[in-house]
Ligand binder design. Structure first.
Ligand code: NDP
Length: 317
């Protein structure tokens, strides 16, 4: 895969695509080599009896416009976008769904009329809420988001409409946390506050929290977060959007404090299933997708007995 060129499809991929007469799908990002979306979506297409192929492409932000042009020309069926393309894509598609507009980022592109119109959607927020189902009751509760980047926007937009009584954004760079809080407040829903990550104010908020979500990549590089799990009520659920074979440092600390934990594997599954449904109009074969993720080493734990999540349906686009 080349960086910075138009959508780089290798000859073997073109051959495969035309030989099967399938539709080509893919994920664009940089880095993207670690993405489990190809394994998950190819398993979904196979289980649904569809002859489609899903590939990964390393594409830098400045090459995204050219990549989308080439994807149109190839008659691709749909795309996922990952870091760092989700926000750049906002002005490169023909139309945004209401949800992509609310979140302010695109993680799924639907090609209408074989590429005549590119529709930017976002399935991260709904995928996140689906991963919580059966694990935590949000209605009337306090939820805390650590981080204020792209994924925090999706998680915050979903939580703001989830019926929780208070949503608090805690970010390392306080000004960015305040900007996200004010953006979420404009959407209506739960009252939103922001506090600096390393602050007494965060410790006070944790004392009430039913849910703490880490949307930062801290921990991947070994950095810790100034959050003390034992400061939360014993029923508090700790979620880390990062997923992997081993628990993140953030979740390992929560487990040591005897708090329940969930990693980002189920969110990956559900956001991918929602993308599959947007592309194909068919129910996603979630069991087959989950098997592919488990085969890649993710644990995808089922919920134990817990109250259900109450979530308002996202606005229709
Ligand atoms: P962004 O780069 O947009 O945002 C990163 C955020 O993390 C910023 O708020 C930044 O704070 C904060 N941060 C970064 N490093 C540190 C640190 N060492 N200590 C404290 N805060 C830190 O990233 P995204 O939001 O797009 O992605 C975040 C993570 O979520 C990634 O690891 C990604 O893989 C994962 N993810 C998982 C998904 C899933 O399906 N499971 C879906 C989407 C994302 P500051 O503002 O101060 O720089």
């Amino acid at each position: 895969m080349m960086r910075g060129a138009a959508l780089p499809v290798r000859p073997v991929d073109r051959t495969l695509a035309s030989a099967l007469s399938p539709t080509l799908f893919g994920v664009l990002g940089d880095p993207v080599d670690h993405s489990l979306s190809p394994a998950m979506q190819n398993a979904a297409f196979a289980a649904a009896g569809l002859p489609h192929v899903y590939l990964r492409y390393r594409v830098a932000p400045q090459a995204l416009a050219a990549a989308l042009d080439e994807a149109r020309a190839l008659g691709m069926g749909g795309l996922n976008l990952t870091i760092p393309l989700k926000e750049v894509a906002l002005c490169l598609v023909d139309r945004l769904t209401a949800e992509a507009e609310r979140i302010g980022a695109v993680n799924t592109i639907v090609f209408e009329r074989r590429g005549d119109r590119l529709v930017g959607d976002n399935t991260d927020g709904r995928g996140f809420l689906a991963s919580l189902r059966g694990r935590v009751r949000l209605r009337g509760q306090t939820a805390v988001i650590l981080g204020a980047g792209g994924s925090a926007r999706a998680v915050g937009t979903a939580l703001a409409a989830s019926g929780c009584a208070r949503l608090v954004v805690a970010n390392r760079t306080a000004a960015r946390g305040e900007r996200l809080a004010s953006r979420l407040a404009d959407l209506g829903g739960a009252p939103i506050a922001s506090v600096p990550l390393a602050s007494r104010a965060l410790r006070d908020v944790l004392g009430d929290a039913a849910l703490v979500v880490n949307t930062t990549p801290a921990g991947l590089a070994g950095a810790g977060l100034p959050v003390e799990p034992s400061a939360t009520p014993s029923h508090c659920l700790f979620v880390d959007l990062v997923y992997g074979v081993r628990p993140s440092r953030f979740l390992a600390r929560a487990t040591r404090a005897r708090r329940r934990t969930l990693d980002g594997g189920l969110m990956l599954l559900h956001q991918g299933a929602l993308a599959f449904e947007a592309w194909t109009g068919r129910p996603a074969p979630r069991a087959a997708m989950a098997r592919a993720l488990r085969a890649a080493g993710l644990s995808l734990t089922e919920p134990r007995a817990a109250a259900s999540v109450w979530a308002r349906r996202p606005p229709r686009s």
